[in-house]
Design a binder for this molecule. Sequence first.
Ligand SMILES: O=C(O)CCC(=O)C(=O)O
Ligand SMILES: [Fe+2]
Length: 351
Amino acid sequence: MSQTLQSLVIPSDLAAPTFSRRLSSITDTPIGSSHEAPIAVVDDEEIPTIDYFSLFSPDEPAHRSAALDCLSAACEHYGFFNLVNHGIPDEVIDGALRGIADFFEQTPVEEKSKYRKGDPRARILWDARCHAGENREHLKLLARPTFHCPPNPPSFREALGEYVTRFHEVKLGLARAMSLVLGQEESYIEDAFDLESGFDVAAMNHYPPNFKSKGTMGLAEHTDPGFIISLIQDMDGGLQILTHQGQWINVHIPPNAILIQLGDQLEVLTNGKYKSHIHRVLVGKYKARRISIGTLHGPSIDKLVAPALEFVDDTHPLAYHGMTYSDALEANNRYEIEVQSCIEQLRIPSL
Ligand SMILES: O=C(O)CCC(=O)C(=O)O
Ligand SMILES: [Fe+2]
């Protein structure tokens, strides 16, 4: 595989990543109807691209070091990036997306309804909502450490299982690379979160075309819990991220890339050095339905996650409460399988 340094991250000015390079601006404004998103100005902006393969090229130390620098800048200044050259074949990604599309399209509602919210210990959850605040059907399932999946269609279970297995290796690789750029041993994040037994939930979404939706919002703004969130989709468009600088941007994920977002528990562990970020999905502009699979890769369910001493000092005072992952997911009367954020409760108000 050949890469140029330029391909490692965009923008390439690592010393001072800026948010001024725009592909085009204000493409979907002004926004009109009362159901639509409250923030009117949304820009298209380049987001960092990280070449996974380059993070592990021992024969090319300079190349590897540049890739790690890019990862460091992406994590600290953005909190999300497109991952390319990750080694998961297109067929595996396409198979998982086709599988969940088949589930949404072919499974009768009576069958899906068995997975509606009810049992606090449920490992599969299905729901469909169509109102001004949310337009989507979704299926959430525990993917690891044990794999739970509706039995039909049979091809879905197999295809999703393959994607989950393949991405687990990528996740461990990213944890090692991120540990290094945080100035720690390679195994630091893996150990801190006990990632081998991590609680990974695949959250699969089906957004309707705009003529079937009630208003603009597919999924309202939120952050996600966990170490990282990996996202694949069957068509581009709709996902927006609020940058750390307070600007909404449209997220474009190139074909073959996987969007990586940093989760709440990484923010807690690093005492805010790395941050999760608010994002949302709009459906108002799109004439076709969209499918996405976001997997929330969490710590082990019983793991206590608190800021590590390495990230606390006089200039960076303790900024978060410690909490087990289970308690964090169950805050606000939620169930673990809902994988809802409680980052606001975890933050210690500054004096
Ligand atoms: O569908 C998307 O693009 C994002 C979905 C998402 O943010 C989520 O399921 O938490
Ligand atoms: Fe999300």
